[in-house]
Design a protein around this ligand. Structure first.
Ligand code: GTP
Ligand code: MG
Length: 563
């Protein structure tokens, strides 16, 4: 498909071919997401949200049953435009209808049963289930046979898609021509898939459905890596909830009688999040391990969705993560070298044990690593500073929120008017080596990094690493990173430079070369061995309830605590 918004293209060697075209052939199978007016971040979000609203997720006894369930759904409810099969601990079909009314039709026919799997079919009992309606469903072969007798002979038109599991990354990388190609392969294999994206939006809209009768304007927006273009296959789902209407309206003759909004917004947020934690814990099928981290500087709740195999975070209030997602998405879109470089650096940092899995901690998080890469690319004139993007902001894009300037433009046409001829045309491979050289020597002890200006300045803070939050300059997004970890990072960067420079000698000798060396470490398992804690936590369908952690057990910080 054609991706609008790209202003550059890469050659086979990963070098920038030209920097003026606004069209680029892309390997993404993102249908019409990127066509025409759907090219902007918000339009893309709206499109994915609409898709999600037309979708249901059905647990099926096996892959072989998918065709019959699709046939049932199309006959019962309306045209299906897309369907996927996937399995984690169980088999599922994600079905997207052409129209949202089909979802209503399908739910009208569904019943409340507690499923028990026997052999290859589900049986159910009405007793013992809490009758809450969501778009998470299960397929009962018995019901199907009764209702679609005579239908099964017709040929079914929508084939379901299955996602291929990732190949062995090391083998894939061994076959590349050069390091740039390895970086591109890594990015294509590791990035969040279309199904992954759909499941994340589906989950947001399912939660919205549950809450709309209480909060009619509720909007649960995904943010973070699952929408900013830097999400990996297993990335978590960060959600932000708003309950206020987007537009202020004048009073009518008849208005709703409501309760007064408490003055202390933080306490109100904590109450709502606790209430949501109860709802999720008790009523959302497949959700488990609900944690309430409501006393952190940014209160959140965390939980795990077994059906989707996704870790979820839900927050309210501070919207800076939403703006940040749009900004990062745009930066990733304007130059095709950004995403492969970010993915490579994040994979390398993870393999070298230089990434903090659960924030806060002494190591940079994935988000911090992304900021380090963006800053480096600004310093190398590959990416513009936020100030430049702010200067391009039109009236609709000017935003001052909580006293901070959050204006920036994501208008690709305005961006193209900048003098792109001066852009750095280095290959991604060259940028990778330069990144390592840059941070091996970077003076973290005296300098602060500003993505706003794209330059460094003498820091006043005592924090060993200071990366200014672009939207809240007096806050440091790497506050928790320790001096000791900076030493490890700089040593690892310095060690990687000769490893990368000697790559082609090793390739000639048919030895492990390039990213294969970079992403392997003696003391850690190879990249393709993935261990998921959730595998250990998976329970039987019949025992739905996860654990609610009490206030006394909860961790005392959230990932945003560092600011
Ligand atoms: P992964 O989930 O690790 O793939 O990356 P992520 O970018 O989604 O990071 P994470 O889930 O930890 O955080 C979600 C979003 O919250 C980020 O993309 C940021 O927008 C925001 N965020 C995370 N950590 C910080 C922080 O320390 N400061 C600020 N201001 N925002 C943060
Ligand atoms: Mg995340």
């Amino acid at each position: 498909c054609v991706s609008h918004g790209m202003v550059a293209e890469l050659s086979n060697s990963g070098r920038l071919l030209h920097a003026s075209s606004s069209l680029r052939k892309s390997g993404h199978k993102s249908s019409n997401i990127t066509k025409g007016r759907l090219s902007g971040f918000q339009a893309r979000q709206d499109h994915l949200r609409r898709q999600a609203r037309c979708s249901i997720l059905v647990q099926v006894p096996s892959k072989t049953k998918c065709s019959s369930i699709l046939q049932y759904c199309e006959k019962r409810a309306g045209k299906i435009v897309k369907a996927y099969h996937f399995s984690n601990s169980k088999d599922y079909t994600l079905i997207e209808f052409a129209d949202e009314s089909s979802v209503k039709n399908i739910t009208k026919h569904a019943r409340f049963f507690m499923p028990n799997k026997r052999g290859n079919q589900y049986y159910g009992t009405q007793y013992g289930s809490i009758p809450v309606q969501t778009r998470l469903m299960f397929y009962s072969g018995v019901e199907l046979e009764k209702s679609v007798a005579g239908w099964t002979t017709s040929k079914y038109s929508v084939p379901f898609e299955s996602e291929t599991p990732p190949h062995n990354l090391i083998q894939t990388l061994q076959g590349a021509k050069n390091i740039s190609q390895q970086m591109s392969m890594l990015y294509k294999q590791e990035r969040l898939t279309e199904l992954g994206m759909r499941l994340r939006f589906l989950h947001c809209t399912i939660l919205e459905d549950l809450l709309t009768s209480i909060f009619p304007y509720v909007k649960i927006n995904p943010f973070g890596s699952c929408v900013n273009g830097f999400g990996q296959r297993l990335c978590d789902l960060d959600m932000h909830m708003d309950i206020q209407p987007e537009e202020v309206t004048a009073s009518e003759a008849l208005n709703f009688l409501t309760k007064k909004l408490p003055e202390n917004e933080r306490i109100f947020t904590q109450h709502i999040l606790n209430f949501l934690a109860d709802i999720i814990q008790m009523f959302v099928p497949h959700s488990a391990n609900v944690l309430r981290i409501t006393h952190a500087s940014v209160p959140i709740i965390k939980f795990y969705s077994r059906a989707l195999d996704i870790d979820c975070d839900l927050s309210m209030g501070n919207r800076s993560g939403l703006y940040m997602s749009e900004l990062l998405w745009f930066l990733g879109e304007i130059d095709p070298r950004v995403q492969p470089l970010v993915f490579t650096i994040r994979s390398w940092a993870k393999e070298q044990c230089l990434t903090q899995k659960q924030a806060p901690g002494r190591k940079p998080t994935n988000f911090t690593w992304t900021m380090l890469v963006i800053y480096f690319l600004q310093a190398k004139q590959v990416l513009p500073s936020i100030e430049i993007l702010a200067s391009l902001a039109g009236p609709g894009e000017r935003k001052t929120i909580d006293g901070y300037d959050r204006s920036f433009s994501t208008d690709i046409h305005k961006y193209k008017q900048l003098n792109l001829k001066t852009m750095n045309v280095a290959s991604v491979e060259e940028l990778l080596i330069q990144f390592m050289e840059f941070y091996a020597k970077y003076d973290f002890s005296s300098q602060a990094l500003s993505l706003r200006t794209g330059t460094s300045y003498t820091k006043e803070s005592m924090s060993p690493m200071y990366i200014e939050n672009p939207f809240e300059p007096d806050r440091n997004v790497s506050k928790n990173v320790s001096m000791e970890e900076i030493v490890h990072i700089q040593k690892a960067c310095a060690k990687s430079v000769p490893d990368l420079k000697n790559s082609y000698k090793l390739k000639k000798l048919d030895q492990r070369w390039g990213l294969i060396n970079l992403l392997s470490s003696q003391s850690h398992p190879p990249l393709d061995i993935r261990f998921k804690v959730q595998d250990l936590l998976t329970e039987d369908f019949d025992s739905e309830d996860g654990n609610v952690t009490s206030e006394s057990e909860k961790p005392s910080h959230s990932k945003l605590e560092s600011d």
